[in-house]
Design a protein around this ligand. Structure first.
Ligand code: KG4
Ligand code: ZN
Length: 441
């Protein structure tokens, strides 16, 4: 049952503050208690080094440090208004969210044209595209909310995982806004944000819960014990499911302008899902890990054997060619999702042994916007009398709301950095990573 420790980017770890004291505590929930007691006294910013350690009540001592830097964020009360910025991959997104869960604005500028042209994300071009629109996207989010930057309580920004060139654009913008308006800044873990946005839309969703996070780069099954504290039950050993959807779309000659997944989902509705006999990945591995590289190869071979030419767009295909493409799309989708179903069933069983009180399976990340995925996973959770929580599609794909909301959750427990200096150098990237611990089961 061992899987490797998920390591998070360390380039963003604490560069801007010198700790003045070091506190040693036994393990995570004590850390949270400590944070709470600080809050009661009068919240001061805490600065967390990146921590990753195996989850175990008996695990050895964990260290973190506090900062003496004095800062007076505009609001320590519960009425926070947080700007969230997301640039980890190919969407430039910003949103403003209130701590009561009200979404005041949401703006997403997608690089769909670049994606369609190159069939994937090219980091340098993606970085340029983010740089071109970031100011406009953030301004639009502020305007649509009917606010000015002076009304904000804090700025939250994705600092990993993702393409470092792209992340940098968002972090620099966040630091500029935070520095100019004297706002605290919160570094957000992209995958934690995908999971936690479910708590914005489902108020009954309390820790602990199980989460399946399925996107272009990740397939994660995590048991969420508490904010920042996760046990990884499974991950992909090669490709993520979103990558398999994207490549299938590309090889089938589909319109990639809304990314590959939605195009495959749409075409699959016309096809016979039993017609192409793809084998289910990792059938004999009795764990919760995933693999989509082999399924991708099976799809590629099936396409080649039917003489389907990707350069002939679907709109120009003969009706026989179209139906053959639809059969592949449907058969691929069925098997890709069967793999999710099998892994989720096992994960639910594991999770119930570790945390018998769990009541929810959260499914989030871009692929969770797929209706077939939702329907099939709903059947899985029903067998265990659990409830499926899927954010609406526009909160499953990358967005600023999930970042703002995760910022709010972290701010509430004191995890934020003080405002950067107003004359912050352009290339300075110092933001603490929010305290996210993902440990193997
Ligand atoms: O979470 P996300 O927006 O970005 C990443 O963090 O990667 O996920 C993007 C992935 C892409 O691979 C896209 O094809 C996939 O989510 N996706 C879908 C659907 N909508 C987006 N996959 C299957 N069906 C969909 N409807
Ligand atoms: Zn994502």
């Amino acid at each position: 049952m061992m899987s490797s420790l998920l390591t998070l980017p360390s380039t963003f770890s604490r560069l801007n503050l010198v700790p003045n004291s070091l506190v040693v505590i036994p393990y995570t929930f004590k850390l949270l208690n400590f944070v709470k007691s600080h809050k009661q006294q009068r919240l001061r910013p805490l600065n967390y080094p990146l921590l990753c350690f195996p989850y175990s009540p008996n695990s050895s001592a964990t260290q973190f440090s506090t900062s003496s830097s004095s800062v007076s964020p505009k609001s320590f009360n519960d009425d926070l208004v947080v700007l969230g910025i997301e640039t980890s991959c190919d969407d430039t997104a910003a949103a403003i969210v209130r701590s009561n869960g009200e979404i005041l604005s949401q703006v997403v500028s997608s690089q769909a044209d670049l994606l369609a042209r190159y069939g994937g994300v090219a980091p340098k071009m993606a970085e340029e595209a983010h740089s071109q629109v970031i100011d406009q996207v953030v301004q639009e989010a502020v305007d649509k909310a009917g606010l000015t930057e002076r009304d904000l309580s804090a700025v939250a920004v994705t600092i990993g995982p993702g393409l470092s060139l792209c992340l940098r654009v968002g972090v620099q913008k966040a630091r500029r806004v935070a520095g100019s308006f004297n706002l605290p800044i919160i570094g957000v873990h992209h995958m934690e944000a995908h999971a936690l946005v479910a708590r914005l839309i489902e108020k009954e969703l309390r820790f602990p819960f199980l989460a399946l996070l399925i996107s272009g780069g990740h397939n994660l099954l995590v048991l969420a014990h508490d904010l920042g504290h996760y046990t990884q039950l499974g991950t992909t050993i090669d490709d993520a499911i979103g990558e398999a959807f994207d490549k299938t779309a590309k090889w089938l000659g589909l319109d990639m302008r809304k990314s590959g997944g939605p195009a495959v989902e749409k075409l699959a509705q016309e096809g016979d899902a039993e017609s192409v006999r793809f084998s289910i990945p990792m059938k004999h591995h009795k764990d919760c890990n995933f693999s989509y590289a082999g399924l991708k190869t099976q799809v590629k071979l099936a396409i080649a054997s039917r003489n389907i030419a990707a350069k002939v767009p679907l709109s120009c295909a003969s009706s026989q060619d179209r139906s053959s493409r639809a059969d592949i799309a449907a058969s691929f989708q069925r098997v890709a999702v069967l793999h999710l179903e099998e892994r989720c069933e096992r994960a639910v069983e594991w999770a119930l042994k570790i945390e018998p009180s769990i009541k929810h399976l959260v499914v989030s990340g871009g692929v969770a916007s797929n209706q077939y995925v939702r329907a099939r996973l709903d059947q899985v959770v029903k067998k265990y009398s659990l409830q499926l929580v899927c954010p609406p599609p526009n909160l499953c794909t990358d967005n600023g709301v999930m970042v703002a909301w995760t910022g709010i959750e972290n701010f509430h427990v004191g995890r934020y950095d003080p405002p950067p200096p107003a004359n912050d150098p352009e290339d300075f990237m110092g933001i603490n990573f929010s305290h996210v611990c993902v440990a193997p089961v």
